[in-house]
Design a protein around this ligand. Sequence first.
Ligand SMILES: [Zn+2]
Length: 155
Amino acid sequence: MIAQPVTSPTLPAPKKPERTASYALRLLGRAVRLRCPNCGQSPVLASWGKVNQRCATCHFRFERSSDSYFTGAMFFNLITAEFLFAVTFATAIILSWPDINWDAITYGAVGGMAITPIALYPFSKVLYLTVDVFMRPVRPEECDPANTNWTWLGV
Ligand SMILES: [Zn+2]
């Protein structure tokens, strides 16, 4: 006899997260427009690098944990900057082959690597939030403006 999973007759079955390609593309579109990943209506950023506390439309709290939530955004920032450096470096070499101007590439790379992470800083926060929403779907408690009891899990 095969054991059946235990289900509670009083609790509804947990909803499976919607992790389809179309959902990922929808979230990515919202991230490109710097909009709330939950509803896509209101902007995530209040100003350069400053994140609104909640979405003005659906009240989703953008900082999903109590401390240092956007630390993970630095990872996305550096990965994106390194990727852009690699693409730019390869393109510069291919386009100028065989007379490669190594001085221009050297100074350009240093300048680019100094400026790019700063320029991408606010976008990396929105991208990090979007990936987090994709991996950990928004729960109704996170859209309750009265809920201020946050833990490292988000609610
Ligand atoms: Zn929203």
